[in-house]
Design a protein around this ligand. Structure first.
Ligand code: ASP
Length: 323
């Protein structure tokens, strides 16, 4: 069992959305709005002055990595950045994962970790003696900071995180962003999510069973004709190539429903927003980008930096300094 936030973020690991209550999420979103002011008005900030955050990324990332790096720097902190330690560090000499974590915690105040295997953020939190771990994506498992950014994006548009209807499509089986967003929305009351995927890429049975016990209503569909006309948001995610055992397996599974102007016209509605955690590969036709409903290259991206600024300040106990 991971430690619940329970109103107090200081020194806590952030491994999964199941540590959060609605109040905890609201606290991050509220602080993110203040961070937006700091970032967009280019107000010099010293909130994290003297703090160092290590970014250890065992798996390719540009957005999440860049977003964490920028978040710390926006607040006057510094980063130690280790990309692909398997190739460039003592991991290459055979050093254990636990030792790598213990070495790097000596250099910093928090570790942001991305890893291709489910459960590694938790393993890191057990290995670390002194500093909190922030999960920046562990295989097909969780991606809590992406979800906080997605929740902020939804909240900005609808002013609530309950009583919403959404469609999540693509690689429902392997997408950690879909898994974490489902978890995030299940904390709030009366949300209904349609999961659109081929039979091969359906949500795992144990995940489905887990959500049956929560307040979220999940409806699995395989045809766009079953998309509800009243959806508040669509959340599309690419087929996660790196999670397939072989290129052959990936090729067999990779076909998903792309959002084209025709598709949007037929199944969409005027008030919805279109989201994608990116990179978009086969998910959304670039012709959609100029549509005002398309938030994926606008607020959804920027919100990622604001919520990471907020979260890191809370974990390092610096949030009181923010006016
Ligand atoms: N960037 C997101 C992630 O790290 C989504 C994706 O890669 O498809 O999971």
């Amino acid at each position: 069992m991971t430690t619940l936030i329970n109103g107090n973020f200081k020194s806590k690991d952030i491994l999964s959305l199941d540590q959060f209550s609605p109040k905890d999420i609201e606290k991050v979103l509220k602080l993110s709005r203040k961070m937006k002011v700091i970032a967009t008005k280019a107000r010099p900030s010293k909130i994290l002055e003297g703090n160092i955050v290590a970014l250890i990324f065992y798996e390719p990332s540009s957005r999440t990595f860049g977003s964490f790096s920028a978040s710390v720097k926006q607040l006057g902190g510094q980063t130690v950045e280790i990309i692909n330690p398997k190739e460039f560090s003592s991991v290459n000499k055979g050093e254990s994962f636990e030792d790598t974590i213990r070495v790097f915690e000596s250099y910093c105040d928090a570790i942001v970790l991305r890893h291709p295997q489910i459960g590694t953020a938790k393993a890191a939190s057990e290995a670390a003696f002194f500093v909190p771990i922030i999960n920046a994506g562990d295989g097909a498992g969780d991606h809590p900071t992406q979800t906080l950014q997605d929740l902020l994006t939804i909240y900005e548009k609808f002013g609530k995180l309950d009583n919403l209807t959404g469609v999540m499509a693509g690689d429902v089986l392997n997408s950690r962003t879909i898994h974490s967003l489902l978890q995030g929305l299940s904390i709030f009351k009366n949300n209904t999510i349609y999961l659109l995927s081929s039979n091969k890429l359906r949500l795992a049975k144990n995940d489905l069973a887990k959500y049956k016990k929560t307040d979220i209503k999940i409806i699995e569909i395989t045809k766009p004709d079953d998309i509800p006309s009243n959806a508040n948001f669509w959340y599309w995610n690419r087929v996660q190539k790196e999670r397939f055992a072989s290129t052959e397996e990936y090729e067999k599974a990779k076909k998903i429903f792309t959002i084209t102007p025709e598709f949007l016209k037929k199944y969409g509605n005027k008030n919805m927003i279109l989201m994608d955690p990116l990179p978009r590969i086969g998910t959304i036709d670039p012709q959609i980008d100029s549509d005002p409903r398309a938030v994926y290259l606008r607020s959804q991206i920027r919100n990622g930096m604001y919520i990471r600024m907020a979260l890191i300040s809370l974990i390092l106990g610096k949030d009181k300094k923010i006016k």
